[in-house]
Write a protein that binds this ligand. Structure first.
Ligand SMILES: *[C@@H]1O[C@H](CO)[C@@H](O)[C@H](O)[C@H]1NC(C)=O
Ligand SMILES: *[C@@H]1O[C@H](CO)[C@@H](O)[C@H](O)[C@H]1NC(C)=O
Ligand SMILES: *[C@@H]1O[C@H](CO)[C@@H](O)[C@H](O)[C@H]1NC(C)=O
Ligand SMILES: *[C@@H]1O[C@H](CO)[C@@H](O)[C@H](O)[C@H]1NC(C)=O
Ligand SMILES: *[C@@H]1O[C@H](CO)[C@@H](O)[C@H](O)[C@H]1NC(C)=O
Ligand SMILES: *[C@@H]1O[C@H](CO)[C@@H](O)[C@H](O)[C@H]1NC(C)=O
Length: 467
């Protein structure tokens, strides 16, 4: 037993030693991360004759320009400036085959394209810098450039025209804060010879904000699909965020799209929406009917719905629908609503744990004893969901006490009685009084006639005239 453990420990130590030496400072790539020989402000160069290799820290001494024909590998560490000008720096390095610039926190820009003088360059390695931009034709004069390593820089966008050189077939881009937009769609071109097919680490690329850390290829694919589907609408579409569906399957993403169809003069809800639309804005249209919400499967993923400033008169169609049980936000401000299916809504709010916002202000709500008490209860019972309770008021009717009053603050008396109090001058009441008076008049006349007949024996005038 102990023998086996000892054996394993020996193997592990051996492995560590091996990896240490293979990665040791003899390899070109790691030189820049070793200790700088002498720290001072001057460039510091070392030439390794048998390997035609020149290593410089902190810049390049001019004297090397004269001896450059011996240099095939140039390694520049801790480049001191913000820019690197290939045309100027590489002047005379006609036999250069490999260029490495690494560990240079000051470098942000290649200021010129590599010139024909550097036409023997096969490998360029700019890693561990703050490189952000390079000219679109940076590499176009390099006919034998095969290998381009741009890992761990600050590149956000890449114009693929820069990668158009014929021999180039290995591009590395990981470790850059790449933006995932529709301009990055070139990465999806899997055909042979495409630039995307040369990016050997494309499956490891990640997006920067707003899709931090999500796999670039998958996100760009989603954006491209959305763009395509959006063309079938009159709206603007946007991927708001993506989340990984599982911890291990980064490729399985859940998508949240936002579709903006505000102020498009729509009279109906759109019949088609891009897949996975979770936010739909229909503000400022002329929509009257929200039946599609319950019948059209394209709406099944919609969680946030903005229908403010439309012509909606009723939402009874939503009564008992699934949508009411799962919505997150419903904005119905500024419509023509007078009442609501309060019982159905109350029931939905009890079951719907997503519900976070309901806007009902600026409508012409009926204030009567039949509808208002239950509506008022609903509003008061869900203060965190009903967001604009101060704007939920009775309809404006000019000669009415409760006109335009906040429904929350109404008392039962105001709702149910007060409206009858000042109604005694109502035309119907006047008619009633007139009719009652007429009845008394007729009864009086009848009694008089009866008394008169008993006394004088004369029939009333009207009976005498009848045939
Ligand atoms: C470029 O440099 C990095 C870091 O120094 C290294 O990991 C990579 O292998 C190098 N690439 C080439 C092509 O030398
Ligand atoms: C970067 O620039 C600053 C000042 O601009 C300088 O002090 C520093 O030495 C430079 N860094 C390197 C690695 O040369
Ligand atoms: C890339 O560069 C080409 C050539 O200058 C230009 O026409 C194109 O618009 C650029 N593409 C992007 C996405 O910037
Ligand atoms: C929409 O999301 C589901 C999972 O939530 C996913 O299976 C489907 O591929 C997505 N569709 C699009 C077009 O993104
Ligand atoms: C939606 O589109 C309208 C009109 O095109 C615009 O005014 C509004 O700002 C957009 N809203 C959002 C949240 O993008
Ligand atoms: C209320 O809605 C009307 C149109 O229905 C609109 O003109 C007005 O600006 C809205 N007021 C508020 C406070 O939103």
């Amino acid at each position: 037993m102990t023998k086996m453990i000892a054996q394993q420990i020996f193997l592990i130590i051996l492995f560590c030693i091996c990896t240490h030496f293979s990665n040791g400072f003899t390899k070109d790539d790691d030189i820049c991360y070793g200790n700088r020989p002498h720290i001072n402000d001057y460039p510091e160069c070392h030439f390794l004759k048998n390997r035609y290799r020149l290593v410089c820290f902190n810049g390049l001494k001019d004297e090397w320009k004269a001896k450059s024909e011996n240099v095939q590998v140039l390694i520049l560490c801790e480049w001191p400036k913000e820019t690197f000008d290939p045309q100027e720096v590489l002047q005379g390095f006609t036999f250069l085959r490999k260029l490495i610039i690494a560990n240079s926190n000051n470098l942000t820009r290649l200021s010129t394209a590599f010139s024909f003088e550097a036409q023997n360059l096969e490998k360029i390695n700019v890693t561990g810098t703050k490189l952000h931009t390079f000219p679109k034709d940076a590499f176009s004069n390099l006919p034998v450039l095969k290998y381009l390593d741009l890992r761990n820089n600050a590149l956000e966008e890449i114009n693929i025209t820069a990668f158009g050189t014929p021999a180039l077939n290995h591009i590395h881009l990981t470790g850059n804060p790449l933006r995932c937009t529709k301009d990055t769609a070139w990465i999806l071109d899997s055909s042979e010879g495409s630039t995307a097919s040369k990016v050997v680490d494309k499956d490891k690329l990640l997006c920067t904000t707003p899709y931090d850390g999500r796999p670039l290829v998958s996100v760009v694919e989603i954006i491209a699909t959305l763009e395509e589907e959006c063309k079938r609408t009159v709206c603007d579409c946007e991927l708001i965020y993506v989340v990984g569906a599982g911890t291990f399957t980064q490729k399985q993403l859940i998508t949240f799209n936002s579709v903006n169809c505000s102020h498009r003069g729509l009279t109906e809800m759109p019949s088609f929406l891009p897949a996975n639309t979770t936010t739909l804005r229909l503000t400022g249209n002329k929509i009257k009917d929200l039946t599609p919400l319950t019948t059209n499967p394209t709406y099944k993923s919609v969680l946030d719905l903005y229908l403010n400033d439309n012509l909606m008169e009723s939402i009874v169609k939503l009564e008992g629908s699934d949508w009411l049980d799962r919505f997150r936000l419903l904005n119905l401000r500024g419509n023509k609503l007078t009442d609501l299916p309060t019982y159905a809504l109350e029931n939905a709010l009890l079951h719907n744990s997503n519900a976070a916002g309901l806007y009902l202000g600026n409508n012409s709500w009926t204030c009567d004893c039949h509808f208002t008490p239950s509506f008022q209860d609903l509003l008061i019972r869900h203060p965190s969901i009903v967001k604009d309770i101060n704007d939920i008021r009775c309809a404006f009717i000019s000669d009415n006490d409760i006109s335009n009053k906040q429904i929350r603050d109404l008392t039962r008396t105001e709702i149910c009685i007060s409206s009858n109090e000042d109604a005694w001058l109502h035309p119907l009441d006047i008619l009633n009084i007139v009719l009652a008076s007429l009845i008394f008049l007729i009864l009086g006349k009848l009694l008089y006639d009866y008394w008169s007949f008993k006394k004088t024996g004369k029939l009333p005038w009207i009976v005498a005239k009848m045939p």
